[in-house]
Design a protein around this ligand. Structure first.
Ligand code: PMP
Length: 358
């Protein structure tokens, strides 16, 4: 098999040593004679691995003890519903920072909940989401302000959080969790679908400050953070395999030196690509420099037909999944934690060649 690099936005590249370990221990998990794929979530083997995964994530992100860590299902998208259900309890109102497609989806889902109001408090729509919103208009009381820390499609990312004193922040970290350092204490809640920086699809990580929750609220069990926390996320059958792989990825992140070390590596990788893009006569990055993401880099040639040719030729050269999201077109290279620098170097080399030929 020829060497390929997978630039997919998610499900995305995982660390090669993790895939190799999964392969090696797939037939028999820890000498049990059972595959992890066959193992009961009520077994001590599972309980131990889930507890270790939680502990490693707590260490990696410095999650304080008064935050619950939940391993749920339903993707980032279900959190667009669960966050308002669990947290918008006093004012029944959240403020939403409209920074792109996924923020907009969060609003659409919140708007479907009876009695809950989701107000846009800042937007960069007028800028076609090529930058982060800058002007905030808060008006009255909000249970929380929803922020998309990294806009996977548009390629913008918060390096610093907006100054919103007294507000509870809820952060969608789906596409840069463990890739960029944030202080968990700045948030009331954080959530992330696993399938970019953490592991296979099917697992969603939720980190929520316990005292924001209401023990008496009594939501339908699967939607209730309190009930999920009480049962250590095993209220029903959890995604055992996805949690197992996530646990291996957390160990891998620790071996790499943790989030700060990976952030530096990500900045370096993204820097290589942005430097080339900013000097290219053919390609250009679409996001404004100050707000550029280190995990998702959208770019275009300015000619849709040429973009298509580029995607085809890159694929043939083993540079896979560089097509931009269907809503914006062009190209996008996702450079998550597990993308090696050699992958970015191969992409830049290929782009230089393409530029010379066109
Ligand atoms: N939020 C962000 C920032 C995303 O990038 C995505 C998926 N790409 C989602 C939410 C939705 O995630 P899921 O497919 O896990 O529901």
């Amino acid at each position: 098999m020829t060497k390929v690099y997978n630039f997919s936005a998610g499900p995305a590249v995982l660390p090669a040593p993790v895939i190799e370990q999964v392969q090696a221990e797939l037939p028999s998990y820890h000498g049990s004679g059972m595959s992890i794929l066959e193992m009961s979530h009520r077994s001590s083997l599972y309980e131990d691995l889930a507890a270790a995964a939680e502990e490693d994530l707590r260490q990696l992100m410095a999650i304080p003890d008064d935050y619950d860590v939940l391993f749920l299902q339903g993707g980032g998208t279900l959190q667009f519903t669960m966050a308002p259900l669990n947290l918008a309890r006093h004012y029944h109102r959240l403020g939403l920072v409209d920074s792109g497609h996924w923020a907009d989806r969060a609003k659409e889902e919140a708007d479907l909940l009876p009695g809950i109001q989701a107000d846009v408090v800042a937007s960069s729509k007028g800028d076609h989401y090529t930058s982060l919103p800058k002007d905030y208009h808060l008006n009255g009381n909000y249970d929380y302000i929803h922020l998309t820390l990294n806009n996977t499609i548009e390629g913008t990312m918060y390096r610093q959080l907006p100054q919103l004193p007294g507000q509870v922040l809820v952060g969608d970290m789906s596409s840069n969790i463990l890739a960029q350092r944030y202080d968990v204490k700045d948030f009331g809640m954080i959530y992330a679908g696993a399938q970019k920086n953490i592991g296979p699809a099917g697992l969603t990580v939720v980190i929520v400050k316990h005292d924001l929750l209401d023990e008496q609220q009594n939501l339908p069990a699967m939607l209730d953070y309190v009930k999920q926390a009480k049962k250590h996320s095993a209220l029903n059958t959890p995604p055992v395999f996805a949690i197992y792989v996530a646990g291996l990825v957390f160990k891998w992140v620790k071996e790499q030196g943790g989030v700060d070390a990976l952030q530096k590596r990500n900045e370096d990788k993204a820097g290589l690509l942005y430097d080339y893009l900013d000097n290219s006569k053919l390609f250009r990055a679409t996001a404004k420099p100050a707000d550029r993401s280190i995990t998702n880099v959208p770019f275009v040639t300015g000619d849709e037909n040429l973009d298509q040719v580029f995607v085809q030729d890159a694929t043939a050269a083993g540079l896979l999944n560089v097509k931009g999201h269907r809503s914006v077109g062009g190209m996008r290279a996702s450079l998550y934690n597990a993308m090696p620098k050699a992958g970015v170097e191969a992409l830049v080399k290929f782009m230089k060649q393409f530029e010379m030929e066109h």
